[in-house]
Design a protein around this ligand. Structure first.
Ligand SMILES: Cc1cc2nc3c(=O)[nH]c(=O)nc-3n(C[C@H](O)[C@H](O)[C@H](O)COP(=O)(O)OP(=O)(O)OC[C@H]3O[C@@H](n4cnc5c(N)ncnc54)[C@H](O)[C@@H]3O)c2cc1C
Length: 504
C-alpha cells in the first residue's frame, strides 16, 4: 500500500504551526499541516492581541526575550502592516507598586533595546483636567508614562500565515486530528482522523513538528512518546481571561493598570465599539478547549478597571468574555505571572527521522520561533535553504510600503463606491488580498447577495475558497469579529448560504 509522502508534517494550526508551515514551504519543503479543529481555534485567538516586547518581563530580567520580541515587533510592523498597528500605551503610575525611577529606567531600556524603529519614544505625563488621556480616569490617578507598542489581529495573523503557506505549496487540513505516530521504514507514519466524519487517513513524512500548543505534552503521551522522554520540559498551563465591554473611553490608546499583586491589566479599544480588558493568570488543569472565565477572574478584571477609571463597572457589564491557556515552560514553583514566556524547541533525539516539539512562546515571537524550527529541520535533513521570512510581506501585506492609513486612502480611490466602513474592514482583514474579491466589482450590487450587517456573498465565497471556513462561527469569530455585531438573522442567512453551497 502506498501513502502520500511529505517532507514535513506539522501538528497544530495555531500561530506557531501556521508560521512553521509558511517558513518551511518557502524553503522548498513539501508540507502538510493538520489542525484538529479550526485554524486559530485555541490559544492563538484568545491572546491580548499585543505584539510587544513585554515591558514587565524586564522586571524578571528576561532581557534576551524582550530584545527578540522588540525586534520581531519591528519585523511584523513591516511585513504585516495590514494586521499589526502601532499603539500608544499609557502606563498609570502608582509609586507604592513601582517607583518612578524604576519605571523610567525600564522604559529607557524598552525604547532602546529594540534597535532603530519609527515608533515614538516614551515620555512622562501628568494628567490634567483637559487632557484627553485623563478623561476616563479617576482624580486619584495623577501621572503616567506613555510608551509605544503594537496590537494585532491574532486570529488573522494565523489565517494569513496559513494562506501564505498554501500559496507556497503547503497543504492544510482543518478538522483533522493526528492520533498516531510511528516510525516505519525510516519514515514517520502519521495517523489522521477527520474529526467531523470520523474518516481516517495515513500519510508518510520525513520529519514531524509537534506544534500543538497547550496539548504539546498530552499529544506526546497520546502517541506513546512522552513516557520515553526523560528530559522532556515540563509545561505549566496558565489560563488567561478577557472581558469585552461597550466602549469605555475615546481615543486609540491603551491604559496599562498596575495591580497590588504586581501584575498589570490592559484596557484597550477593540473593534471600534468596544473596550477589551485583560488578562488574568490562573493555573489550569482541564482541557484547554473548555477554559472559561471564573468569578474570581471576572472580579479581578472589574476591580482593576474600577481602581483607575471614574466610571465603575460590574461583571454584568461584560458583553462577551474569552479565555485561553498559555502553555508555558515550567520554572517550578514561581508565581504564574513570573513564568518565562521564552520558547524551547525540543529535539526528540531518540528518533530518526526527526521529531521536534515546540514548548512555550508568545504570539509576538512566532516568526522567530518558526525560523528557528525550520533552521533546525534544515540542519537535520542536510538541506541548506536559508531563512527568508523577516523580509517577505505576509499574504496581503504587500501594500507598496504604505502605512495602513495610506493603503486605505489609496483603496478609496480605486473603490469610491464601496461603503467606507466596509472598505476599512476589508483592508484591515485582508490587506491587498481584498482585490481578489473586489477587482471585478463596480458598485455595491456587484458584491452579490447581502446576508445582512455588511456581509456580502463575495466575501463569503472568498472565505470558503481560500480560508477554510466551513461554518458560521469560523466566519464570524475567527476570520472576522463580526460576531460582536451581527444579528441572529444575518447568522441564519450565512448558515443558509453554507447549506446552499454544500460547504457545511
Ligand atoms: C490570555 C492570553 C493572552 C496572551 N496574550 C499575548 C499577547 O498579548 N502577546 C503575545 O505575544 N502573546 C500572548 N499570548 C501567548 C500566545 O497567545 C501563545 O503563545 C500562542 O497563541 C500559542 O500558539 P500555539 O500555536 O503554540 O498554540 P495554539 O494556538 O493553542 O495552537 C495549537 C493547535 O494545535 C491543535 N492540536 C492540538 N492537538 C492536536 C492534534 N493531535 N492534531 C491536530 N491538531 C492538534 C489545537 O487544536 C490548536 O489549534 C497570550 C496567551 C494567553 C493565553
Amino acid at each position: 500500500m502506498s501513502f502520500l509522502h511529505y517532507d514535513l508534517c506539522i501538528i497544530g494550526g495555531g500561530i506557531n504551526g501556521a508560521g512553521i508551515a509558511r517558513d518551511a514551504a518557502g524553503r522548498g519543503l513539501s508540507v502538510l499541516l493538520v489542525e484538529a479543529q479550526d485554524l486559530a481555534g485555541a490559544t492563538s485567538s484568545a491572546s491580548s492581541k499585543l505584539i510587544h516586547g513585554g515591558l514587565r518581563y524586564l522586571e524578571h530580567r528576561e532581557f534576551a526575550l524582550v530584545r527578540t520580541a522588540l525586534h520581531e515587533r519591528d519585523i511584523l510592523l513591516n511585513t504585516a502592516p495590514h494586521l499589526v498597528y502601532p499603539v500608544q500605551c499609557v502606563f498609570l503610575q502608582d509609586t507604592s507598586l513601582r517607583s518612578k525611577w524604576l519605571m523610567r529606567l525600564g522604559l529607557w531600556l524598552y525604547d532602546n533595546m529594540g534597535g532603530k524603529n519609527s515608533l515614538p519614544k516614551s515620555k512622562i505625563i501628568s494628567f490634567s483636567a483637559d487632557d484627553s488621556y485623563s478623561k476616563p480616569l479617576s482624580n486619584d490617578v495623577k501621572d503616567g508614562i506613555i510608551y509605544s507598542d503594537c496590537t494585532a489581529d491574532d486570529t488573522r495573523l494565523v489565517i494569513l500565515n496559513a494562506v501564505d503557506a498554501t500559496a507556497r505549496g503547503a497543504r492544510i487540513l482543518t478538522h483533522t486530528e493526528c492520533e498516531s505516530l510511528s516510525v516505519i521504514d525510516g519514515k514517520w507514519r502519521v495517523g489522521l482522523r477527520d474529526t467531523r466524519s470520523g474518516d481516517t487517513l495515513k500519510v508518510n513524512a520525513s520529519m514531524v513538528v509537534n506544534a500543538s500548543g497547550p496539548w504539546v505534552g498530552k499529544f506526546l503521551d497520546s502517541v506513546g512518546i512522552g513516557a520515553e522522554e526523560l528530559t522532556l520540559p515540563k509545561v505549566r498551563l496558565v489560563k488567561g481571561s478577557h472581558i469585552i465591554l461597550p466602549r469605555q473611553y475615546e481615543g486609540d490608546h491603551i491604559y496599562v493598570i498596575q495591580r497590588p499583586d504586581k501584575r498589570i491589566v490592559f484596557a484597550m479599544p477593540y473593534q471600534d465599539e468596544y473596550t477589551l480588558i485583560g488578562t488574568t493568570e490562573e493555573d489550569y488543569e482541564g482541557n484547554p478547549r473548555d477554559a472559561q472565565i471564573s468569578d474570581d477572574e471576572m472580579s479581578y478584571l472589574c476591580e482593576a478597571v474600577n481602581s483607575v477609571f471614574s466610571k465603575n463597572i460590574l461583571p454584568s457589564d461584560a458583553l462577551f468574555t474569552f479565555s485561553g491557556v498559555r502553555p508555558l515552560l515550567d520554572d517550578d514553583g514561581v508565581d504564574s505571572s513570573e513564568v518565562s514566556r521564552e520558547y524551547m524547541i525540543y529535539h526528540h533525539k531518540g528518533f530518526d527521522p526527526p521529531l521536534l516539539s515546540v514548548f512555550g512562546g508568545k504570539l509576538t515571537t512566532y516568526r522567530a520561533l518558526s525560523e528557528a524550527v525550520v533552521n533546525k529541520l534544515m540542519r537535520l535533513s542536510g538541506r541548506t535553504a536559508k531563512g527568508w521570512s523577516a523580509k517577505e510581506p505576509l499574504a496581503g501585506g504587500d501594500i507598496a510600503g504604505k502605512s495602513l492609513d495610506e493603503f486605505i486612502a489609496a483603496q478609496k480611490l480605486i473603490y469610491p463606491w464601496l461603503e467606507q466602513g466596509l472598505l476599512r474592514r476589508y483592508a484591515r482583514s485582508y490587506g491587498a488580498r481584498m482585490d481578489m474579491f473586489l477587482a471585478n466589482a463596480r458598485s455595491m450590487v456587484d458584491l452579490g447577495a447581502h446576508y445582512g450587517d455588511q456581509v456580502f456573498a463575495v466575501e463569503l465565497d472568498y472565505l470558503i475558497k481560500y480560508e477554510w471556513v466551513s461554518c458560521v462561527d469560523d466566519v464570524i469569530w475567527r476570520r472576522s469579529k463580526l460576531g460582536l455585531y451581527v444579528s441572529g438573522e444575518t447568522m441564519r442567512n450565512i448558515e443558509a448560504a453554507f447549506n446552499e453551497s454544500g460547504n457545511v
